[in-house]
Design a protein around this ligand. Structure first.
Ligand code: KG4
Ligand code: ZN
Length: 334
């Protein structure tokens, strides 16, 4: 079964062709980062306009690269939410038009399930049940994934998402957007123990709070600025990243013990962070747990994960798909 996936929830226009849920025939991403960079974050109107500009040529290119023509497609998958309303509408309009003209089913996919299903592209694939630590720009959630599209929310952030704190600290340091990869790079030459930052809510259940950590890092930067000292950017980045890793390790271990579940999946854009991946693997090795992360190319937003999730939905949940749906900017996993 060949599925064409379309993802336009934020600032990447993405189209992929995936066969049988695991053969990636093409996976194209047109990033808008350059355009949004000078504003320090995503400008919704600009995102919609750029999706509209790029979507048709990207669909064409994705088919060419996959060596297929439009009639070869068995189904179209599109992100229905969460995300920016106008941005989601562009992807959905393109997907609905394709579905109608080709007479092929249209499968709507929750972006968050897309991130979770990206882990099905890993070798080995996670087996149910597993704990999923979903860390992206907008979400920080610990989930128990019991079966296909069947999840229980174990805990989530009460304020900032992990990716959001990377982005805000990067912006405060004048390093640019998106902050995650830049901070990871800076941290490579820094001392993770140079500064001690707070690990809020570490011993309170499976909830998270990253706003206090972000504020503490920003306060440290302000204190250094006031004292006229030069800012040790790599040390700040390394100490911040180390603190995030400690929190994630601790909460994942607790979730695993409390739910008697020894597989942990790390997913979402922040799971592209090699330091975090390694930290979680080290914790898992000490505790006889298994950590599974999506291959790097499928951690941050992409359309392959949307097509993969659609494949599993179609094969395990339902082969009939309502066409009367619209975008859901605030969609949740559960
Ligand atoms: O999943 P994603 O691409 O988009 C959302 O659904 O939000 O995640 C984007 C987030 C951004 O906050 C970005 O800074 C962060 O993921 N990110 C990273 C890394 N790569 C992307 N954070 C830390 N380290 C990275 N290497
Ligand atoms: Zn995402």
């Amino acid at each position: 079964m060949i599925i064409l996936g379309i993802e336009t929830s934020c600032d990447e226009t993405a189209v992929a062709v995936v066969e049988d849920g695991n053969i990636i025939k093409s996976n194209l991403i047109s990033s808008q980062i350059k355009a949004h960079k000078r504003y320090g974050g995503v400008v919704p109107e600009l995102a919609s306009r750029m999706h509209a500009e790029k979507i048709n040529s990207l669909i064409q290119k994705a088919c060419e690269q996959a060596d297929i023509t439009l009639p070869d497609i068995d189904a179209i998958a599109v992100t229905e939410g969460p995300g920016l309303e106008g941005a989601l509408l562009i992807g959905q309009a393109a997907a609905k038009t394709l579905s109608l003209t080709l007479g092929k089913p249209l499968i709507h996919v929750n972006h968050l399930w897309g991130h979770i299903y990206a882990s099905m592209l890993a070798t080995p694939r996670p087996q149910f049940p597993f704990i999923c630590m979903l860390i992206s720009g907008g979400h920080t959630q610990l989930l128990l994934i019991k079966n296909h599209f069947d999840a229980t929310l174990l805990g989530q952030t009460r304020d900032d998402a992990v990716g959001e704190s990377f982005d805000k600290i990067s912006r405060r340091l004048g390093l640019g957007y998106p902050g995650g990869p830049i901070i990871e790079e800076e941290a490579k030459s820094g001392d993770p123990l140079k500064f001690t930052f707070p690990k809020a809510m570490l011993n309170i259940g499976l909830e998270f709070s990253f706003s206090g950590l972000k504020t503490a890092v920003i306060q440290e930067i302000m204190t250094l600025e006031k004292s006229g000292e030069s800012i040790p950017v790599p040390d700040i980045c390394a100490s911040f990243q180390y603190t995030v890793a400690e929190i994630i390790q601790h909460k994942c271990l607790r979730a695993s013990k409390e739910n008697n579940c020894n597989t942990i999946v790390l997913s979402g854009g922040v799971s592209a962070n090699q330091y975090l991946r390694q930290a979680l693997e080290d914790m898992a090795a000490k505790n006889n747990l298994t950590v599974i992360t999506p291959p790097l190319a499928y951690c941050t937003d992409n359309a392959a994960m949307i097509a993969v999730a659609a494949h599993y939905y179609h094969t395990h949940i339902s082969t009939t798909h309502s066409q009367n749906f619209t975008v859901k900017p605030n969609l949740k996993v559960t």
